[in-house]
Write a protein that binds this ligand. Structure first.
Ligand code: ADP
Length: 328
């Protein structure tokens, strides 16, 4: 259902080619995440000054916040080629060794979903066991110097030895509305879409703090405007289109709503423990904790207390549920 998918931070399959055209190429074009950009700029300049590759870098945070984009930006700023792969596609230690040994000197290796890499890297894939039984021997491979850039939505699933391999670790945060506004304007100009300030604002506000969703909403709203023969995207036009797409004022998605409604209705507003909540909504507890709750807390709909999760008065108002009165 379109209304379930539209504010999902993960990329839809037909979206990837388009995303590439909207992707900022340089650090200076990358909107927001100022602290990360400032730090990376220093590390990149220092590494370049020493004619060395950048330290291994780990980027983590919810989907759609710009981890892949940043990996490409890093390669571009380092003037290095980039190889892209993902944790699930590297199954055996041998697969990883094949990639590592074929890297060019200074290359950036981007591994998406690095939490699914298994044990290959943490064990030091560089020591390869050849053969088996008494005749087996270990071969140490000489590798070119390279920068591993790992991305994950699930930091908690990374084993400590794997985490320890990264000299630079950054958590990407949800974007402020003003940043999403800049992204909406930038994407509109690349796509040749006429949008006024109010129209871009409406899109930014409903983007769940996520650039990927900003770009998606912009395209969907453009479709509505085009069919209606409107010249530009205005505040009223985009609000009406987004209402029809059932994207609410905070850009909550199906599971966000389910989490809040479950706590409100089944657990009388909370507090409820993470494990119980996870069983009740039918979603993995780590996903709830690392992907959904941060946004719900940021918009002030959810509290984490020592006794469990609670929904706030604001959430009751937003869900148009009567609160429990006395406690709120
Ligand atoms: P992730 O890898 O975290 O899931 P991506 O890097 O694929 O996210 O970003 C999704 C889309 O959002 C990109 O195509 C890009 O157009 C846009 N985007 C992400 N971060 C930014 C940013 N900081 N500035 C501008 N656009 C961004």
């Amino acid at each position: 259902m379109a209304d379930q998918r539209i504010v999902d931070g993960a990329a839809e399959s037909d979206e990837q080619a388009l995303e590439r055209t909207l992707r900022p190429r340089r650090l200076a074009e990358y909107v927001g995440q100022q602290r990360i950009k400032d730090n990376l700029a220093v590390f990149i300049e220092a590494a370049r000054g020493r004619a060395e590759p950048l330290d291994h870098t780990l980027l983590y945070g919810p989907p759609g916040l710009g981890k892949t984009t940043l990996a490409h930006v890093i390669a571009r700023e380092m003037d290095a080629p980039i190889r892209v792969t993902s944790g699930p596609s590297i199954e055996k230690a041998g697969d990883l060794a094949a990639i590592l040994t074929s890297l060019q000197d200074g290359e950036v290796l981007f591994v998406d979903e690095i939490h699914r890499l298994g044990r290959a890297l943490e064990d030091g894939a560089l020591d390869l066991v050849i053969g088996n039984g008494p005749g087996a021997r270990t071969v140490r491979l000489d590798l070119p110097r390279f920068t591993l850039v790992g991305a994950t939505t699930r930091f908690g699933l990374l084993s400590p030895p794997l985490r320890d391999r990264f000299g630079i670790v950054h958590r990407l945060d949800y974007y402020a509305e003003s940043d999403l506004l800049r992204i909406a304007r930038r994407s509109a100009s690349i796509l040749g879409v006429a949008v006024d300030e109010g129209g871009a604002q409406e899109i930014a506000r409903r983007s769940r703090g996520t650039p990927r969703i900003t770009n998606r909403l912009l395209r969907r709203v453009r479709d509505f405007m085009q069919v209606e023969g409107a010249e530009r995207i205005t505040a009223e036009g985009s609000a009406a289109a987004l209402e029809r797409l059932e994207v609410d004022r905070f850009g909550l998605d199906e599971l966000d709503r389910k989490i809040l409604l479950t706590i409100a209705d089944k657990f009388d507003g909370g507090p409820v423990g993470l494990a119980t909540l996870s069983a009740a909504v039918g979603e993995d507890s780590g996903t709830i904790e690392e992907i959904y709750e941060p946004y719900l807390m940021q918009v002030g709909f959810l509290d984490r207390t020592p006794r469990g999760r609670r929904v706030t008065r604001l959430a009751y108002e937003h869900l148009e549920r009567p609160g429990r009165g006395i406690l709120f």
